[in-house]
Design a protein around this ligand. Structure first.
Ligand SMILES: NC(=O)c1ccc[n+]([C@@H]2O[C@H](COP(=O)([O-])OP(=O)(O)OC[C@H]3O[C@@H](n4cnc5c(N)ncnc54)[C@H](O)[C@@H]3O)[C@@H](O)[C@H]2O)c1
Length: 350
């Protein structure tokens, strides 16, 4: 008989509460070992709702031999230290995006996974969205010919409305805790996505990151970027734009259009269909697939299943950290480009 995997949740904020904990709780292949959260009452609420124990510290959870794997959903600055400690304690790890706050932290996480022989996955859930999977099939199958260009964007009204502790004093706006703003919060999703869709890396970037609108409780601009505009050159020669914003008020935009020599695919871009193929001569094909997840419409993400698949097969799969590191390099290169005003090549991604 195959034993269920026992999962510990480190961080019981919004994404853990609305995505990870319910998706693992619904799985026939997982049991909930328990929870740690810096504010214990949130862990207690989860324990009362889904079962499992409340741990008083990360160390206590990591020392529990009955915990097979952990899900790290803390604020950004905690991703690397907690993930490395978990890997060293022999746990497989699913860590939230952004993977870490510096490239050396990302590399240290990879090294800890290699040395411990444990799995490290990063929750780049956009790779699992049905419209993205289908669009990749179309592009890979040659439906739009040679990819020439793209535009991809992710924007909403900002994390101060989303966080489990909403308000202008949110950690998302604090450089010491978040490290980066919307570029790493939403931009990492679309940077990783375009690499996934085109099956090649960002090899050069010019970017402008700005703090245009968001203000903290003191009325001063927040310490991180709220808008990011990037031009990406890809390994296959395509050039396109990636934009991310916390100031798309009124409606979320999660769209991607990939333009090729024989037509285009429009993902979450047409009001009439989540995925469209438009052929060069103008024929429009609406492709039946699921609408995008939004902050207000959390459909099943598939992240828990993908992690459990990895735990049983011992193959990290589509969200393996080694596949995500090139996108993190692009994020850090975009930040460097914005501060230096220069085009930045990324030779490691070539
Ligand atoms: N994959 C996705 O689509 C997605 C969506 C939302 C959030 N996330 C990521 O998940 C992580 C948690 O975000 P959230 O939306 O649950 O935020 P949240 O504000 O709702 O929860 C924040 C979590 O971090 C903890 N925390 C707060 N301040 C901290 C600090 N100084 N140091 C360490 N931990 C601290 C809180 O206790 C809580 O567990 C973030 O890294 C975020 O980028 C990913």
């Amino acid at each position: 008989m195959v034993m269920n995997k026992r999962i510990g949740f480190i961080g019981c904020g919004k994404i853990a509460q609305i995505r990870h904990i319910p998706e693992f709780a619904a799985s026939q292949r997982a049991d909930i070992a328990g929870y740690f959260n810096p504010t214990a009452s949130r862990a207690e609420q989860m324990s009362a709702k889904y079962g499992g124990k409340v741990y008083s510290s990360v160390e206590e959870m990591l020392a529990d031999p009955s915990v097979d794997a952990v899900v790290v959903s803390l604020a950004n600055s905690a991703h690397a230290p907690v993930t490395i400690a978990a890997l060293k304690a022999g746990k497989d790890v699913l860590c939230e995006k952004p993977m870490a706050t510096t490239i050396s932290e990302c590399e240290d996480m990879m090294k800890a996974a290699e040395e411990s022989g444990r799995l490290l996955l990063i929750a780049q859930n956009q790779r699992l969205a049905p419209a993205h999977v289908k669009a990749k099939e179309l592009i890979d199958g040659g439906a739009i010919g040679k990819v020439i260009s793209f535009r991809t964007t992710f924007g909403h009204s900002g994390p101060e409305n989303w966080s489990i502790r909403p308000g202008l004093d949110t950690w998302f706006f604090r450089k010491d805790v978040a490290a980066m703003g919307v570029m790493a919060d939403l931009g990492i999703h679309k940077t990783d996505l375009i690499q996934y869709l085109l099956d090649c890396n960002v090899v050069g970037v010019s970017a402008k990151l700005s703090t245009l609108d968001k203000k903290g409780p003191d009325g001063l601009p927040i310490g991180v970027d709220d808008n990011a505009l990037c031009i990406y050159r890809m390994g296959n020669g395509a050039v396109g734009t990636m934009t991310a914003s916390w100031t798309y008020y009124g409606r979320e935009d999660n769209s991607t259009v990939v333009y090729g020599s024989e037509g285009m695919v429009r993902i979450y871009d047409s009001p009439s269909s989540p995925l469209q193929l438009i052929r060069r001569e103008g024929t429009v094909v609406d492709i039946d697939t699921e609408a995008i997840q939004t902050n207000d419409n959390q459909t099943f993400s598939g992240v828990a299943d993908a992690f459990l698949d990895a735990l049983y097969s011992r193959v990290s799969g589509v969200m393996g950290a080694e596949k995500v590191i090139p996108a993190m390099r692009a994020v850090f290169a975009a930040i460097e480009s914005s501060s230096s005003g220069k085009w930045i090549d990324i030779p490691e991604n070539a």
